[in-house]
Design a protein around this ligand. Structure first.
Ligand code: DMJ
Length: 675
């Protein structure tokens, strides 16, 4: 054969070699003279072998060798195929047992941050391997370094399972069986949680487990109330997508939009909500808009506070949850463009910045800024410094806090509502409120202290003093129900007026108590959240007005809550739901979930627009005509629905409060030194 091949190469037409092997009668199996003796057979074979020519023997040896090699190869590949076949069927069996008809994704870990131009058509592959740390994190100030982005493993897994859960719940509804629980991945979905007795099912937030241990935990399944939130979100999103895509706010009735900064405010505010709710498709679509259409190089005036908490905060938290560096790049861009606001004689920032021109200015009628605005941008700018390694952001906002810390004009820690950008002094002294224009000053004192690892004592001091100030000057009880509420003080006169905005306070107090502050803060939180709930429950639509006045003395036929005609609108605000979320997280008392559920149903009843979206209303006292205002605020998606979803969850690791701190627009940012 080999020589024939050589001949083909050298001498034209192929020549074939044939081997003839002549077998004698004794070699024919079955012939009469077959001798079965071993010695005889050996001898006879050997004789025959010797009779063969050299070529014949080589060919036979080659054939044997060839057959042996083929045999070995086919044996090993069949073995592999067999092995994988057996494993696959075992996996299938396991999955089928857990949820019929559902193949579950492997447990996942956080992927490395993606390049800004990376293809995001699909979510990163799930894998059990540890991913490399993102390089930009290592550039951060060393004392501020943590792994970032981080700890969203289970949110990611949720994306792959959420639709399957929806199907299971739907199927269960249709069956209308007596069964009260649905088994899913070894856990249960409770079709009607309100019938459950108060339970200790929510795990006590003990010491946070390590990231590794957490990665191995199974995500807690989504329940029906959370699905209702997802449904509400999708409905709102549909309206935004159909009529306001890329614009600031949806006008759901006129099927149009309104522009405030012209920066897609609702879309950015909603990014991390979509991530937390597991809305993969919606998130990817929005991400594309951010990648291709979000441009900050625009000749437009933006409000420093609003764009910080909604845009910068939204981009930073989305970066942390998704690991996608596109969002960090955008955050850096807007952060830099907001910096001119701090170029003032006092370093107290102006309220407005032109992000295209790099100029800043106060409102036309005054050189004052609002206290809450200049003291509620710190979480975001500090985090931006930590991530970029550029200290200028943190320096600018820390300076504001240090300055306010030293100012006179406070009343037992309570601050006035205005501060002058030239002199750096408080103005309009003597008026104290926990509502509009001061609210988040108090919130950010505590939250900055938590963010920075509970080391910045001045922040804690100011917070503790302020809460004492609230107790001393602003707390009262209403009649007839004796609801504890936070009123206002104007030049020594107490007013029983409370903004819905103040309802952030029970949540903040509870967060402080959870972080080791006075236990009586928790008692006060419990009293105040009851009041905030009553601001809904005592109203005809079950929705709170913007402002209430409390009765201090019992009068026949009067409830605790009075509403003035100018105050009876509802803007779909989040504060009560936000506090309900904290209260449920820290106490496990299901009544807080039930209250939130009532509120969601009333939003659905009175503010839902059939063609998509939800609307603010003008009259919470008129169920037959709540007078829709034709506007869906971005915080309805950024905050209200996000807090609803978290409130209904029994999973303390779904944005673990020992690892994240929410900014005042409900965007979770990491705590630098987790507990
Ligand atoms: C949001 O923009 C923020 O929660 C802010 O702190 C207060 N106002 C709205 C929501 O009511």
């Amino acid at each position: 054969m080999y020589s024939g091949a050589a001949a083909v190469a050298t001498a034209g037409p192929p020549r074939r070699d044939f081997i003839s092997v002549t077998l004698g009668p004794e070699e024919v199996v079955g012939a009469g003279g077959y001798n079965n003796s071993k010695a005889w057979r050996r001898r006879s074979c050997w004789r025959k072998w010797k009779q063969l020519s050299r070529l014949q023997r080589s060919v036979i040896l080659f054939l044997f060798a060839f057959l042996a090699v083929c045999g070995v190869i086919s044996y090993t590949s069949m073995g592999e195929a067999w092995k994988s076949l057996t494993n696959k069927s075992l996996d299938d069996q396991r999955t089928e047992q857990e949820i019929p008809g559902l193949k579950l994704a492997n447990p996942a870990v956080l992927p490395a941050p993606q390049k800004a131009d990376a293809n995001h058509g699909d979510y990163p592959e799930l894998s059990l391997q540890k991913q490399p740390k993102p390089p930009h994190i290592r550039r951060g100030p060393s004392n501020l370094q943590i792994k970032a982005p981080w700890r969203d493993t289970r949110l990611r897994t949720r994306h792959s399972t959420i639709r399957a859960v929806e199907e299971v719940v739907q199927a269960n509804k249709e069956e209308k069986t007596e069964k009260s629980i649905i088994s899913w991945r070894g856990a249960v979905i409770e079709p009607d949680q309100s019938t459950e007795p108060p339970s200790s099912k929510i795990k006590e937030p003990g010491k946070p487990s390590s990231v590794e241990a957490e990665d191995q935990k199974e995500p807690v399944p989504i329940n029906e109330r959370q699905l209702a939130v997802i449904e509400a979100f999708r409905h709102a999103w549909r309206g935004y997508k159909d009529f306001a895509w890329g614009h600031d706010e949806l006008k759901p009735l006129s099927k149009s939009y309104s522009e405030w900064f012209g920066l897609g405010l609702t879309l950015i505010d909603a990014l991390d909500t979509m991530w937390i709710l597991g809305l993969k498709e919606e998130f990817e679509e929005a991400r594309k808009w951010v990648a291709n259409d979000l441009v900050f190089d625009k000749n437009v005036d933006v409000n420093l506070f609003e764009s910080t908490i909604r845009i910068l905060g939204g981009l930073l938290s989305t970066y942390h949850l998704s690991g996608d560096s596109l969002f960090l790049e955008k955050a850096k861009d807007i952060g830099n463009r907001l910096m001119p606001a701090f170029k003032t004689p006092s370093k107290i920032p102006y309220s407005d910045v032109n992000i295209g021109r790099g100029t800043a200015h106060p409102p036309r009628w005054t050189s004052d800024s609002t206290v809450a605005e200049v003291t509620s941008i710190q979480l975001e700018f500090r985090e931006l410094s930590r991530l970029t390694g550029d200290e200028k952001f943190q320096k600018a906002v820390d300076e504001v806090m240090k300055h306010v810390h030293t100012l006179s004009g406070k009343n037992d820690g309570l601050v006035p509502m205005f501060i002058n950008t030239n002199s750096g002094q408080f103005t309009h002294l003597g008026v104290y409120t926990l509502g509009a224009r001061a609210d988040s000053y108090y919130e950010y004192l505590l939250k900055q202290w938590i963010q920075g690892g509970k080391k910045e004592n001045e922040l804690l001091e100011d917070y503790m003093r302020a809460i004492e100030g609230v107790k001393k000057h602003l707390l009262q009880r209403s009649a007839p129900k004796k609801l504890t509420f936070v009123g206002e003080l104007a030049h020594g006169h107490f007013s029983a007026k409370m903004d819905h905005l103040v309802c952030f306070l029970p949540g903040t107090l509870a967060l402080g108590a959870h972080n080791g502050l006075a236990a009586d803060h928790m008692k006060l939180a419990e009293a105040l959240i009851e009041t905030c709930y009553q601001m809904y429950a005592q109203v005809e639509t079950g929705l709170s007005p913007e402002i209430v006045h409390f009765n201090l003395h019992a009068q026949k036929g009067h409830k605790d809550v009075e509403i003035k005609p100018a105050d009876r609108h509802n803007l779909l605000r989040p504060e009560t739901v936000e506090s309900l979320f904290y209260m449920y997280r820290f106490t496990g008392d299901k009544k807080y979930q039930d209250w939130g559920w009532e509120i969601l149903q009333n939003f659905n009843k009175y503010t839902r627009v059939p063609t998509g979206g939800y609307t603010s209303i003008n009259n919470v006292q008129n169920p037959s005509n709540p007078e829709p205002r034709d506007k869906m605020e971005s915080f309805f998606l950024g905050e209200t629905l996000k807090y609803m979803f978290l409130l209904f969850s029994d999973d303390i690791d779904l944005i673990n409060l020992d690892k994240y701190v929410f900014n005042t627009e409900a965007h979770p940012l990491p705590i630098w030194v987790p507990a």
